[in-house]
Design a protein around this ligand. Structure first.
Ligand code: SPV
Ligand code: MG
Length: 292
């Protein structure tokens, strides 16, 4: 089987538009793989929300690592971690990369903001950007720390989010590319894709460019193909779908004080067992437990 790092690298360098789907725990990761996705975005927003905390580095990086381990064990497709700002300085980044490799994570994305970060869609224009030189040091440290040559390091540019224009975004992209980033995420909070398209037009194919169309979701995916983006990340929809379903089920059961109207609407317990791999354990028990 192709190593997960190599799988992710192949997605990044593929001539076709590829897709990563968000997941935030072992169960959602498994569901994403079963749906047919070739890779997973371990979203900071959705992992933190599943933990019941904010997307402000309230969960420690080792708590995130624990979640990643479950996600990785449950799946055979590569995981790209949303590594926020790298949880500290260059030194924290290189330790992060080492630990991610040990846990089977295929790559990490770090963004050019300041620890503790805030989600890009919460007052983005007030968020300070990292110093370019300091951020380049983090990228270099990440690349020097990896022991698997295919481990992927993506640099995420928040210039548009923070209210800077195209020249600043391009300046940063060039610096991060020179520092050794394997690809760039160009992020935007506009409801139209103008910023990211203008960026790609200027940037060309100097290195793969990844996008997160959470806000500009009305842009047809064919446009992203035509502009030759590398990967589209659907960054939070599995988490949001789960929240919708959980809110509705909780409300129905609370008000009706009965399961009658919900039982047919939700998956049976047997499907939970299947997703957990209960059958495998039953077979293993036959092999390993004394049979009477
Ligand atoms: C995440 O999924 O945590 C991201 C993407 O960073 S976004 O929330 O769209 O900024
Ligand atoms: Mg994030």
């Amino acid at each position: 089987m192709v190593r997960k790092t190599k799988q992710l690298r192949q997605l990044l360098n593929s001539q076709y538009l590829e897709f990563l789907m968000e997941a935030h725990n072992g169960l959602s990761a498994k569901i994403v793989e079963e749906a047919g996705f070739k890779g997973i975005w371990a979203s900071g927003l959705s992992i933190s929300s599943a933990m019941g905390v904010r997307d402000n580095n309230e969960a420690s990086w080792t708590q995130v690592l624990e979640v990643l381990e479950f996600m990785c064990d449950a799946t055979s497709i590569p995981i790209l971690l949303d590594g926020d700002t790298g949880y500290g300085n260059f030194n924290n980044v290189r330790r992060l990369v080492k630990k991610l490799e040990q846990r089977g994570i295929a790559g990490v994305c770090i963004e050019d903001k300041v620890f503790p970060k805030t989600n890009s869609f919460i007052n983005g224009a007030t968020q300070p950007l990292a110093d370019i030189g300091e951020f380049c040091g983090k990228i270099k440290a990440a690349k020097d720390a990896q022991s698997d040559e295919d481990f992927v390091v993506i640099a995420r540019i928040e210039a548009f989010i923070a209210g800077w224009g195209l020249p600043e975004a391009l300046k940063r992209a060039e610096a991060y590319h020179q520092a050794g980033a394997d690809g760039i995420i160009i992020h935007s909070s506009l409801r139209v894709s103008d910023e990211i398209l203008a960026f790609k037009q200027e940037w060309g194919d100097r290195c793969p460019v990844v996008i997160i169309p959470t806000k500009y979701y009305t842009t047809p995916t064919q446009v992203f193909r035509d502009y030759q983006f590398s990967i589209v990340i659907w960054a939070n929809q599995i988490c949001r779908a789960a929240i919708t379903a959980m809110q509705q089920a909780a409300k129905t059961i609370l008000t009706e004080e009965s399961l009658l109207n919900i039982e047919e609407e939700i998956i049976p317990v047997s499907e939970v067992f299947r997703l957990q791999g209960a059958l495998e354990l039953q077979e293993a028990e036959k092999r390993y437990l004394p049979q009477n």
